[in-house]
Design a protein around this ligand. Structure first.
Ligand code: ZN
Length: 298
């Protein structure tokens, strides 16, 4: 069997659950064929941690921003620190941010204000926003609101084209959840879509159809580790290596539909463009993961 080249567009290896075990988790991911990982922050501390990890493991990319759950908890000073980090070349995206009308851990007005500052930072930096968008089962309030907010901020229009270039996605819908109609709307705005283990849960059936219709150059997969384990991965502790379960499922669906296959690494590199950097994913990455005694420090 040929190993698919894999990416994990959303992996919280910066979570407490992985503290001290990052190297082992990443080594297992590499062995499973994972070549790229974005480590997204959700508040100030986790954004700092994401950037630290991208410095320590040269093949990782970081994203900094504020999650809707933390919208009311990151003050102006915290936000300014995130804005400062956003300029680092190892930071390839802004977020995760978005709207969560399901659990509503921060009041909706605060979520909205937070979403707007993150969308603005994405436009200012030319780094795509990573969007968490969830509504209660059977509802679509968050999805409808995110489309309206994107349009109001200039996504899908001249402003985003100027910031990102005409055919680079200005945002990623992370862990897709919603209707086929909603998927068509965000694709119409030029966004990329990332599929996670959430797709296998009851109520998320439309994601199978969405996974088959997204153009290959805008389709990503992710684990959202340590959350959202797909069937077959340990429950309660998802790891980046299990992205292959979701990728295999998506590839199978696309083959059934006779559509284009997956080109995950190419799509990732287009979305999380990093032209201002030398390629850090070659020898240095292997040196970090598989240190050779003869070349070690001392
Ligand atoms: Zn996440």
């Amino acid at each position: 069997m040929r190993l698919m080249r894999l990416v994990d567009s959303h992996c919280h290896v910066n979570a407490d659950r992985f503290a001290g075990e990052e190297a082992a988790v990443l080594e297992r991911a590499r062995a499973a064929g994972v070549e790229r990982i974005v480590v997204p922050g959700w508040n100030l501390a986790s954004s700092e941690r994401a950037l630290e990890l991208a410095r320590r493991f040269a093949w990782l990319d970081a994203s900094v921003g504020v999650h809707p759950h933390d919208a009311a908890k990151v003050d102006a000073a915290g936000w300014q620190a995130i804005v400062g980090m956003a300029r680092d070349p190892r930071v390839v995206a802004i977020g995760e941010t978005g709207l969560d009308y399901d659990r509503v851990f921060s009041p909706i007005p605060e979520q909205m204000a937070n979403l707007r500052r993150n969308l603005e930072l994405a436009l200012e930096t030319g780094k795509p926003a990573i969007l968490h968008v969830r509504s209660k089962a059977g509802e679509s309030g968050a999805q409808d609101a995110i489309v309206a907010e994107l349009e109001a901020a200039g996504y899908g229009a001249q402003r985003a084209a100027a910031a990102f270039g005409a055919d680079r996605p200005p945002a990623v819908i992370h862990s897709f959840s919603g209707s086929v109609e909603y998927a068509r709307r965000v694709l119409g705005l030029g966004l990329a879509v990332s599929i996670s283990g959430l797709a296998f849960r009851a109520g998320e059936e439309s994601t199978a159809e969405v996974a088959a219709l997204v153009p290959a150059d805008r389709l990503l997969v992710e684990t959202d580790s340590p959350f959202l384990s797909p069937p077959g991965a340990p429950r309660g502790r998802n790891e980046p290596e299990w992205v292959r379960i979701t990728a295999d499922w998506v590839a199978g669906l696309r083959a059934e539909e006779g559509g284009a296959g997956l080109t995950l690494v190419e799509a990732y590199d287009r979305v999380f463009s990093r032209t201002d950097q030398v390629d850090r994913r070659t020898d240095q990455a292997d040196a970090d993961l598989f240190p050779h005694p003869a070349t070690g420090a001392g």
